[in-house]
Design a protein around this ligand. Structure first.
Ligand code: HEM
Length: 186
């Protein structure tokens, strides 16, 4: 099993980062949209705490993923892909990485400005980013909510593009992320 990516396939490390992030983000979006309407009580507190811990994990994973990316190769674009599509894909990926950093940070800022403590899976206390501040709390909350809808739109676009590559263009874009050997690889 190749750890590093090649011109034809994503390596095991890049694939692990990708699918763990996909799983975590889908769960965070679903739980995030659901938990806000729960009645107050211990159950709501525990679910919020889990959302926060998984969100902080995504922040850590994204930082590690970006560092790994600096040392890793990446598969070539499918042959014949128009330049505008390559630029659109690059822009979507930059925005996705930006949101994978901005979403956890806005959540952490919201938590800090609300004056709540933050524990990562009951294992470690994380510091407050700022003192309690009602105006900043509102701002961070708005950013977290707006970012969530932007992230949902981008995830839908990203998945739709992957399915189009696979079923319409019949190229190896999705195979490369599933770890399958590309048709024209050596
Ligand atoms: C990639 C990471 C994250 C994603 C995708 C995410 C996603 C979401 C979503 C979709 C919502 C519902 C938004 C709404 O309609 O109000 C939400 C709410 C919330 N998130 Fe996150 N979140 C992430 C990380 C975090 C982190 C790290 C924290 C705190 C440390 C956090 C704290 C909260 C809180 C407190 C709410 C509830 C807001 C309210 O009560 O209205 N989130 N999140």
């Amino acid at each position: 099993m190749a750890l590093h990516s090649t011109a034809y396939r994503w390596g095991a490390v890049a694939r692990l980062f990708h699918w763990l992030t996909a799983l975590g983000v889908l769960a965070l979006i679903a739980v995030g949209l659901w938990m806000t309407d729960l009645p107050n009580g211990m159950r709501k507190i525990n679910i919020y705490a889990l959302h926060k811990s998984v969100g902080i994990t995504i922040l850590g994973l994204t930082v590690l993923r970006l560092l790994w990316r600096l040392t890793d190769d990446r598969p070539l674009s499918p042959p014949g892909q128009p330049a505008w599509q390559q630029r659109a894909a690059q822009a979507a990926h930059v925005l996705l990485y930006g949101l994978l950093i901005a979403m956890p940070l806005s959540g952490w800022l919201y938590n800090s400005a609300s004056g709540f403590p933050l524990r990562w899976f009951k294992l470690a206390n994380l510091p407050h980013l700022v003192e309690a501040d009602p105006a900043l709390k509102e701002l961070a909350h708005g950013a977290h909510e707006f970012g969530a809808w932007l992230l949902i739109a981008l995830v839908v676009l990203h998945a739709a593009a992957a399915l189009k590559h696979h079923f319409v263009d019949r190229d190896d874009t999705l195979n490369a992320m599933l770890g399958r050997r590309a048709k024209d690889s050596k």
